[in-house]
Design a binder for this molecule. Structure first.
Ligand SMILES: [Zn+2]
Length: 378
């Protein structure tokens, strides 16, 4: 693998990950003329729920489902410059031009990205006691293009190519964790218009948050309570219980287990755990990364086979926070779909959106059996 970092015309960082390290060197310039990025993102504290909300009104103008020949994630051609100033690429990552969280906020000058304008004084922690606490929406949002082929979803890529995507996630997790205002790095993919995807090109995103996210905080609190009671790790115990029970296992390999959780919220929901407890993606060793590529392709393939059509999904990596509770955390991936039948979507309606109580129309055991039957290893 070869890694090449460069800058886009407006100062955003772009990083190429190449499978073949003997290919010609990447060009480092971007011929476009781009105005400076305008981001006015802020975070506001919800005192009732003890959670932060990001307000990013500048995102309203972002590109929405452009035709294929205007795709900003495809490689550049002679007459058309895209976000990727290269005629081809394997995997490429760059800073989002319409970020929910930004390294630089309005009025700030482009720099090394490590300094915040108001940083220390308005860090979320410092103002958490106030009713209307708010802070700058500092952090970073990146786009990960899985392939230069506009029509090849992730699950059609080779295991070697998916492994390269893993390397990109590892690299970005390491780099973003070094930013002083970043508390958690979240790698994810939204796929399908039903999920609200605004670009058809196969891609994922990475959010580097200036706080530990509410779901992670809750999971780690549960893990802490469990450890105080048992001296064991909650995630590891949960994985062991799923393996022992077996009824919800979808696929298993030497280093990974994929299962439908006992209390699945979504009609299609699969969690993938490495058998060894590690805090985050960079902590996976080579064999675990290779093995992940294979089982992930099997799981995504099974999801597409389920109804015989590409399933819209959200794929979400749960990594340890950058600074706290790393010993309690357990890296895992949660993949889920809103599709409960070939032509029926599950909506987050009254109970889910109003009260946070999910009603799942499919038993997790039925879902697991159907997915198990749909796994066709490559
Ligand atoms: Zn494209």
């Amino acid at each position: 693998m070869r890694r090449t970092a460069a800058r886009l015309a407006d100062g955003r960082e772009i990083v190429y990950f190449d499978l073949d390290d003997t290919r010609p060197q990447r060009r480092l310039d971007d011929p476009r003329e781009l105005g400076p990025i305008s981001t006015a993102s802020e975070i506001r504290y919800d005192a009732l729920l003890d959670e932060w909300v990001a307000i990013a009104s500048h995102r309203q103008g972002r590109t929405h489902l452009p035709p294929t020949d205007e795709c900003p994630l495809c490689p550049s051609r002679d007459d058309r410059h895209t976000e990727v100033p290269a005629d081809d690429y394997d995997v490429v990552v760059f800073e989002n031009r319409f970020p929910s969280f930004a390294t630089r906020l309005e009025g700030d000058t482009p720099g090394d990205g490590a300094q915040s304008p108001a940083g220390a004084a308005t860090s979320p922690v410092a103002v958490q006691d106030e009713i209307f606490a708010r802070g700058p929406g500092l952090g970073r949002c990146e786009v990960v293009c899985f392939t230069s082929d506009h029509d090849s979803p992730l699950r059609k890529l080779s295991p070697e190519h998916v492994r390269l995507v893993v390397e990109a996630w590892v690299d970005r997790t390491c780099e973003l964790s070094k930013l002083p205002h970043v508390e958690q790095v979240f790698c994810f993919e939204n796929r399908g218009e039903e999920i609200g995807v605004t670009l058809g090109h196969p891609h994922g995103q990475i959010y580097a948050y200036p706080f530990v996210t509410p779901r992670t905080r809750r999971m780690l609190d549960s893990a802490r309570t469990h450890r105080e009671r048992t001296w064991r790790n909650l995630f590891a115990d949960l994985l062991a219980a799923e393996v022992a029970d077996g009824s919800r296992i979808v696929a298993a390999t030497e280093h990974w287990v994929a299962f439908v959780p006992a209390a699945a919220r979504w009609p299609v929901e699969v969690h993938l755990y490495p058998r060894r407890q590690v805090p985050d993606l960079p902590a996976l060793h080579d064999a675990e990364r290779d093995d992940f590529a294979r089982i992930y392709l099997d799981v995504l393939g099974a999801m597409d086979n389920l109804y015989g059509l590409p399933l819209p999904y959200i794929s979400a990596w749960h990594q340890a926070p950058v600074r706290i509770d790393r010993d309690l955390a357990y890296l895992h991936l949660e993949v889920f779909s809103v599709k409960r039948a070939p032509n029926k979507l599950k909506y987050l309606a009254g109970s889910e959106s109003g009260m946070g109580v999910f009603i799942n129309d499919v038993t997790p055991e039925q879902a697991a059996a159907a997915l198990r039957a749909a796994v066709k290893p490559a």
